[in-house]
Design a binder for this molecule. Structure first.
Ligand SMILES: Cc1cc2nc3c(=O)[nH]c(=O)nc-3n(C[C@H](O)[C@H](O)[C@H](O)COP(=O)(O)OP(=O)(O)OC[C@H]3O[C@@H](n4cnc5c(N)ncnc54)[C@H](O)[C@@H]3O)c2cc1C
Length: 388
């Protein structure tokens, strides 16, 4: 068991940090204020080869594990880029995994290299307005045609759909009442984001304005049969395979964000003089920051344990879910403590912690809520009856 980075992992952290150093707090403040996607940042991460960190080497990736991908994403979030930076590249890191694991050779050779180079920009459409977390009840339908499928339905919260030229989406291919289990009969497709057939409407939202979320209206989208990933009807199973790595990535991103917030607050607490001494000399200011540091580091250990288990091919569902829960909570509490340590200035954009605070809510909600994680742990770890 190792609790520190190897030389190679440290070099990854330093390499990503060098890219992040080129993007100041002002840059991220501005992208958030104006809702501008951080294109130059993504371009530099692509040029550095970081977008394909976890993709197979034979398709242009670096062939690294979830541990290394976590180091990449945490470094980005912790640099002050927060979720504005992390979410701008998050999908490149693990989004294409269903293609890697279940795609045909032709699909991998055709689809993966342009995603890894940053030429193709994908979005991932699972959530729907009427089904929410109950994915098996989703209503988007894919009907067979002579040469492929015709898809109709609605998706919601789809990140980066304004920018995407590709979409991974899940749709029902066999009605729910004709399958053995509700999770069967769902299929996964990777296809062109055809703007003649998909309308994407941005959702005005609380934070991470640099990376937009959308409602999608899909109207008679024709996709060729090569768009189907794996077997028809097995899409939910493929989706599940990617859930644990995604939970780990959200955990480390939230922890990175929390660390950035604590660093800002500690700095401010050293400099701000009230009652003739630095506010950081008061235990009432010190303790919430110290407590947050402890919570962040504990969550981080579990997140990297989950990543190590995943990389070793071992079961990691409990650890990945618990890490996502703890990382999101620790990140949120750290951002809250940082805002409060800044007093009124915590509410001012100039000090960045209000942006972090807004972004910290994301990891508590997406890609799965706190309640569903606790449901999972209660049922699968503690053996309690399924509650939903
Ligand atoms: C910034 C952001 C980006 C996102 N990006 C994407 C994306 O790119 N692609 C995508 O597909 N989705 C995306 N999402 C959607 C996200 O994954 C969902 O919002 C999330 O899974 C919750 O689903 P819901 O909003 O439908 O909540 P609902 O299912 O409506 O649930 C609402 C609340 O009820 C609780 N609840 C429901 N059922 C139970 C139960 N049985 N027990 C206990 N509590 C319960 C939930 O925990 C939650 O708190 C994004 C969301 C956000 C906020």
């Amino acid at each position: 068991m190792s609790f520190w980075l190897t030389e190679e992992q440290e070099a990854i952290r330093e390499g990503v940090q060098r890219v992040c150093d080129g993007f100041t707090d002002e840059f991220w403040r501005e992208t958030d204020a104006t809702g501008t996607f951080p294109e130059p940042f993504v371009a530099q991460m692509a040029a550095g080869g970081w977008l394909g960190a976890a993709m197979p080497e034979c398709y242009g990736g670096a062939g690294l594990g979830l541990t290394e991908a976590s180091i990449v994403m945490q470094t980005v979030a912790q640099s002050g880029a927060g979720f504005s930076g992390a979410s701008a590249i998050h999908l490149n890191i693990f989004g294409p995994m269903p293609i890697v694991k279940f795609g045909t050779d032709w699909q991998k050779q055709t689809y993966l290299p342009p995603i890894i180079s940053g030429q193709d920009k994908m979005c991932f459409a699972v959530t729907e307005p009427n089904s929410g977390l109950d994915t098996s009840s989703l209503e988007t339908r894919a009907e067979r045609t002579n040469d492929g499928y015709r898809i109709n339905g609605r998706k919601i919260w789809t990140t980066s759909a304004q920018r995407a030229n590709k979409i991974i989406l899940i749709a029902r291919t066999t009605p729910k009442d004709q399958v053995r289990k509700p999770t069967e009969g769902l299929s996964l497709f990777y296809t062109d984001f055809d703007r003649g057939r998909i309308e994407a409407k941005p959702i005005p939202k609380m934070g991470r304005r640099a990376v937009e979320c959308n409602t999608l209206f899909i109207d008679d989208l024709h996709v060729p049969k090569e768009a189907l990933i794996g077997e028809e009807g097995q899409g939910f199973k493929y989706l599940l395979q990617g859930l644990n790595p995604e939970r780990v990535l959200f955990a480390v991103e939230a922890i990175g964000l929390g660390r950035a917030a604590i660093a800002k607050a500690a700095q401010y607490a050293k400099e701000r003089i009230v009652f003739g001494r630095p506010i950081g000399q008061n235990q009432g200011v010190q303790h919430p920051l110290a407590k947050s540091w402890a919570e962040l580091e504990a969550a981080n250990l579990l997140a990297f344990k989950a990543a190590a288990l995943y990389d070793a091919g071992k079961e990691c569902g409990a650890e990945a879910n618990a890490a996502k829960y703890l990382g999101a909570e620790a990140g949120f509490h750290a951002c809250e403590a940082a805002v409060l340590a800044h007093g009124g200035m915590g509410y001012a954009r100039e000090y960045d912690v209000e942006r972090y605070f807004r972004e910290a809510m994301i990891a508590r909600i997406a890609p799965v809520s706190r309640e569903m994680i606790l449901n999972f742990i209660a049922e699968r770890v503690l053996g309690l009856p399924k509650s939903y």
